[in-house]
Write a protein that binds this ligand. Structure first.
Ligand code: GLP
Length: 260
């Protein structure tokens, strides 16, 4: 696992967008599109802005890209202002040349939620698997909505959100945790781990404990981000603020590796 440390969020976002663009542009198609996993939340916003910029400058096209989002609240219609559908169209898809039929986001309103999750796994497999899964992390180290205690081999399914997550996300629901949906559909840890490459953004002081647990702690279902330690091609990209709880020696070591 690589840990790439940047000075601040802006630098981290620029680097992450350039990394993704490099992968998309370097993809040897052979008839297969580039399959990109995507998160919501504040962490990827800067990266999405940079990706849009690259697209506007003619340096990146999403025409040959298929996307799968990580998660979606259960019970929120697509056009709800806080649905992850809305988030993705507002913050990325409407401003790039992606074909709507290539966008996959779990349907939190499906009559058969278990069937929806199974079909999602099937759709990923039908595309040949995910080439690069971009992610963010919760302050408790959750990846997608794989809350502490989630099985490290889990697949796409319905999850109950922890009080911590509902409190953290209450800022999008008028500050009231009770208005945050209690459940969500999410890809599993196993789904993310099956991707050819995983890149997770960890930014800000409030993620410092999660980063410490994920990098210096053991692989642990109470911090699902830690599963990246066992992935053959995983990167955590973070800013200085998020490294606050890491040992000085740990940060120095990972920085040294990047310099080589
Ligand atoms: C939610 C999402 C995660 C996201 C996390 C952190 O719980 N399900 O995918 O990574 O929030 O969000 P933020 O980036 O806003 O801190």
């Amino acid at each position: 696992m690589r840990l790439v440390v940047h000075r601040d969020y802006e630098e981290l976002s620029r680097w992450t967008a350039r990394y993704i663009a490099g992968r998309i542009n370097g993809h040897e198609r052979g008839g297969r599109p580039f399959v990109l996993g995507l998160p919501t939340g504040s962490s990827p916003l800067g990266t999405y802005r940079e990706l849009i910029d690259l697209h506007k400058r003619g340096e990146l096209s999403f025409a040959g890209v298929v996307t799968f989002n990580m998660d979606e609240y259960a019970g929120l219609p697509e056009d709800h202002p806080q649905s992850y559908h809305r988030f993705m169209w507002d913050n990325l898809f409407s401003q790039v040349d992606i074909d709507k039929k290539n966008v996959h986001i779990l349907d939190g309103m499906a009559a058969d939620l278990a069937g929806e999750c199974e079909a999602y796994e099937g759709a990923i497999a039908a595309c040949g698997g995910i080439d690069l899964f971009l992610g963010g992390a919760g302050a408790d180290g959750h990846l997608a909505f794989n809350e502490p205690g989630s099985s490290l081999s889990s697949r796409t399914r319905l999850k109950t959100l922890t009080p911590d997550t509902r409190i953290a996300n209450a800022r999008f629901f008028g500050g009231d945790p009770q208005r945050v949906p209690a459940t969500a559909l999410t890809v599993g840890v196993g789904t993310v781990m099956d991707s050819r490459e995983v890149l997770v953004i960890v930014s800000g002081h409030n993620k410092a404990r999660a980063l410490q647990a994920a990098v210096e702690g053991g692989v642990n279902h109470m911090c699902t981000l830690s599963c990246l330690q066992t992935h053959p091609r995983a990167i955590i990209v973070c800013d200085d603020a998020a490294t606050e709880e890491l040992k000085v020696g740990t940060v120095r070591y990972f920085k040294e590796i990047e310099r080589l």
